[in-house]
Design a protein around this ligand. Structure first.
Ligand code: KG4
Ligand code: ZN
Length: 339
């Protein structure tokens, strides 16, 4: 096989991810998460994440190489998330990638975290059509991106002006005392609830609002106020109905704006990535609305949607395949790296 064999390292947040791919084929996807260490704080603590990456890095690289059954000497390159993300966390990954690449005599590819969230879909559905529209929704980002060339040209059309979509799920879960991370548990409760029970606000959907930006903090406040009013009146909080109605408000806005972007940019493929792409209502609503609009929807399986090393390897392999320039040894970790 002459498809590029690439190892990818991801440490932008709380998962230490090491993946190995050959072209579009996933060979290994090893992830060590420090999520449990952060749970008691209700969110990711940067210093804890950095230390956890440091401890997990070498064992996770070994595990990925074992799982893939390849020798490090056969790699065509080492790719790493250069940003955006938590500065200290990124530094651990970038330093490790440089050390391995230098020691093995392999080229180093610094990649953008958001672009790799898009590129990972090649491991699920094969070559990504270009241009592709991407909706990336996680605890750290909520962006609409147009990707004419996944290795060199990814354009931000809009993003959240306050909370990320996943952050909104986490905060609402906290108000409902459901624990962290909140997305999966709200998703579960929502299945038993009525999504039309409570009319929560749809942020930034007015005629004068930015077409592709998102806002979820007003929604979060509206949910908190609604719950408080119930509690103050001595009434029970219908958790399933609140979860379903809140989830509907988020997914309605996300899918509406993503499809509008596809139509206005003349793009007939939409990919959805990031941890919130695991949301069952987001998936079903996107399927429904894409089908109506004649848009092909691509959503990778949940394990590829959350942060992982395979997505970094996938983008690295694409860079090798397209003869993109490797990074130099000065490659910085850039916490606010633009796409
Ligand atoms: O991509 P990810 O693992 O990490 C980053 O934030 O980069 O995403 C985690 C986020 C959390 O906010 C979590 O609550 C949310 O994704 N999430 C979900 C679901 N599963 C995870 N949100 C809604 N529904 C889900 N099923
Ligand atoms: Zn991410």
């Amino acid at each position: 096989a002459d498809e590029p064999l690439v190892l990818g390292i991801e440490t932008s947040c709380d998962e230490t991810g090491v993946g190995i791919v050959r072209g579009h084929t996933l060979l290994a996807d090893a992830v060590a998460s420090s999520v449990d260490d952060h749970a008691r704080y209700g969110g990711v603590v940067p210093e804890i994440a950095s230390r956890a990456h440091l401890e997990a890095m070498v064992p996770t690289i070994r595990r990925a190489l074992d799982e893939a059954g390849v020798a490090a000497s056969d790699l065509d390159g080492i790719a790493v998330t250069a940003g955006p993300g938590l500065a200290g966390a990124l530094l651990v990954g970038v330093s490790a990638a440089k050390a391995y690449a230098y020691a093995l005599g392999k080229p180093l590819y610094g990649v953008n975290h958001l672009a790799s969230h898009i590129c990972v879909d090649q491991l699920e559905h094969g070559a990504l059509p270009e241009p592709t529209m991407a909706l990336l929704v996680s605890g750290g980002h909520s962006s609409l991106l147009l990707a004419p060339d996944i290795t060199s040209d990814v354009r931000p059309l809009g993003s959240t002006i306050d909370d990320a979509a996943g952050e909104a799920f986490d905060k609402v879960a906290r108000v409902l005392n459901l624990g962290f991370p909140g997305g999966p548990v709200i998703d579960r409760y929502a299945r038993e609830g009525d999504r039309d029970a409570i009319a929560f606000p749809r942020g930034l959907t007015g005629p004068r609002d930015a077409a592709y930006d998102f806002s979820f903090s007003g929604l979060k406040t509206a949910v908190a106020r609604w719950i408080e009013a119930r509690r103050n009146a001595g009434e029970d909080v219908p958790v399933a109905d609140v979860a379903a109605s809140f989830q509907e408000a988020v997914t309605d806005v996300l899918t509406r704006k993503a499809i509008r972007a596809c139509k206005e940019e003349g793009v007939d493929h939409l990919m959805i990535g990031g941890g919130v792409a695991a949301n069952s209502r987001l998936r079903s609503l996107a399927e429904e609305r894409c089908a109506d609009a004649g848009i092909t929807l691509r959503v990778p399986r949940p394990k590829l949607c959350t942060d992982n090393g395979a997505m970094v390897a996938a983008l690295g392999a694409e860079m090798v395949a397209r003869n993109r320039a490797a990074s130099d040894w000065e490659l910085p970790a850039d916490s606010s790296l633009p796409v």
